[in-house]
Design a protein around this ligand. Structure first.
Ligand code: NAP
Length: 484
């Protein structure tokens, strides 16, 4: 890459966009701008290296600002988590973005969508196809390179986490018929390599590029990944496992919630096979990784506790700080614990709080946390087995079991927003003061049910929250301070 080029990445706080941004930042000749819905989700170390525009694709002013002077724009957005009308939102978002690109004189739009054909596509895939059609509908004014990928294998991708968890947890699996459906998985690094190469590839007019590696079934993917993991696994396909049952099976043994499991199962019921040879023709320098290598790369990222992004990084619902207005109609109910620090460095307390949850558990009464997580999964929530991206580090927007990180203030505050199914809105706040830790569970109940819920769980709070605060201090005392 030689010519200076101004790039806009949308979806830069999502699974693909975050990784693409990191990759493109290695090229000093590229000026990177990102469009994000919440600036606080951008890591502090990235902020000086990129230009950030806050807003979304439904905000014309933000789009104008984001696209001004841009040569190449990446569209890495979808509305899958936005509820029932996601297709309409996807459509509107694509129209707005395309028209804003044309208005700003953008030279090339690069989009990553899903692999598959309309005739057999699931609702989600259809919407991805429609998005591509809208983005590329005005070739005379805007050139579009539209990549189509099926299952992406990489640490933190939903498909990889499903495969990894099923293999780890189940020596014998009764599987539905669709595990024999053919697909062409692709390594996340290969996806990023194609997206990066799209900046410089010489091509006139629009281009649709199907990307993927060797064709194989989901069953092959499971068995070959098991081999990489050094495990022997047995799969027993049966004809009677309905999509609904398969989805329940997935939510019990993997980190993904029901809505996502159902969409993935729906998608896996029809073949997703490459329809053109444009990847090898226009990007001959990229040789897709062997499936085993992509699994190995994902496992290495996990084992080094360096996962860059995850499928749950995106915020299906906006996360907010505690609602402070204590109006009589909707009081905030609180459970507060105050523990003296006895001279302990607040930085150590912050560090101990940042390590809670995930594979290390919740420090006390783990079994109660697990039961709550299980109940949450049964009602369609995230449950505890969503875990966390990295065990020691937290970032704004990170998923942490059934919480989402809603605020981080170095050595001062950690705020978690509950994403479990609740009759109200809840937060868990850790306020680290000079001489004490104030841990507060805040609950904004919805109606009578919300109040009943709160009072019925109070006895459990007495055990769980009291012990959590105390154990955090115990853990902080055992951390060896790092020399400054
Ligand atoms: N991940 C895969 O396995 C996979 C496989 C095949 C194809 N793809 C395609 O790759 C693309 C990116 O997917 P992904 O997995 O990276 O998605 P993701 O992790 O869910 O991230 C979506 C990103 O889009 C942002 N966003 C959503 N709606 C927006 C809007 N209206 N305006 C501005 N930003 C918005 C989100 O912001 P917040 O952080 O604020 O929520 C987030 O940064 C999609 O087109 C998808 O179909 C992905």
């Amino acid at each position: 890459m030689n010519a200076p080029c101004r790039i806009l990445i949308t979806g830069a706080t999502g699974y693909i966009g975050r990784r693409l941004k990191d990759r493109l930042l290695k090229h000093p000749e590229l000026a990177i701008r990102i469009l994000v819905r919440n600036k606080r989700k951008v890591s502090p170390e990235v902020l000086p290296k990129v230009e950030v525009v806050e807003g979304d694709t439904f905000n014309p002013e933000a789009l104008r600002e984001a696209l001004a002077g841009i040569d190449i724009a990446f569209y890495l957005i979808h509305s899958m988590g936005a509820g029932k009308d996601f297709e309409e939102r996807d459509r509107l978002s694509a129209v707005n973005f395309r028209d804003a690109c044309i208005g700003a004189g953008v030279k090339r739009l690069v989009y990553l969508g899903g692999l598959g054909v309309k005739e057999t596509a699931s609702r989600h895939l259809l919407s991805r196809i429609e998005t591509g059609e809208i983005l590329s509908a005005k070739p005379e004014s805007l050139q579009t390179i539209w990549f189509r990928a099926g299952i992406i294998i990489g640490a933190g991708s939903a498909s990889f986490e499903i495969i990894y968890n099923l293999i780890q947890k189940l020596p014998l699996m009764v599987t539905p018929k669709w595990v024999k459906t053919k697909t062409q998985p692709v390594a996340v690094d290969d996806v990023l390599a194609y997206l990066e190469a799209a900046i410089t590839v010489t091509v006139s007019g629009n281009l649709v590029v199907d990307i993927g590696g060797e064709a194989m079934s989901f069953q092959d993917m499971m068995l070959r990944a098991a081999q990489v993991m050094g495990l022997r696994r047995l799969l027993l396909p049966v004809p009677v496992l309905s999509p609904r049952l398969s989805s329940f099976w997935l939510i019990l043994f993997t980190p993904i919630p029901y809505r996502m499991a159902a969409a993935l199962v729906e998608g896996l019921r029809s073949e997703t096979i490459i329809q053109n040879n444009h990847a090898s023709r226009h990007f001959p320098g990229i040789e897709p990784k062997r499936y085993e290598s992509s699994v190995q790369a994902a496992i290495s990222e996990l084992e080094q506790d360096l996962v860059i992004s995850r499928w749950c990084d995106s915020s299906t619902e906006p996360f907010c700080d505690i609602l402070h207005q204590d109006d009589p109609g909707t009081p905030i109910l609180r459970d507060q614990r105050v523990i003296p620090l006895h001279g302990l460095d607040p930085a150590l307390v912050y560090s101990a709080i940042k390590g809670i949850g995930g594979s290390d558990g919740w420090l006390a009464y783990n079994v109660l946390w697990q039961i709550r997580g299980f109940l949450d999964k049964l009602t369609g929530g995230h449950g505890l087995n969503r875990g966390r991206r990295q065990q020691k580090e937290l970032r704004m927007g990170d998923a942490l079991d059934f919480w989402k990180v809603a605020d981080l203030k170095e050595n001062k505050r950690v705020l978690l927003l509950a994403q479990m199914k609740l009759p109200g809105k809840a937060w868990l706040e850790f306020d680290i003061q000079e001489d004490r830790l104030v841990q507060t569970a805040h609950f904004h109940p919805r109606g009578l049910l919300g109040r009943l819920y709160w009072y019925s769980v109070l006895p459990f709070h007495e055990l769980v929250f009291k012990n959590l605060a105390e154990k955090i201090i115990t853990r902080a005392s055992s951390i060896t301070p790092t020399k400054k």
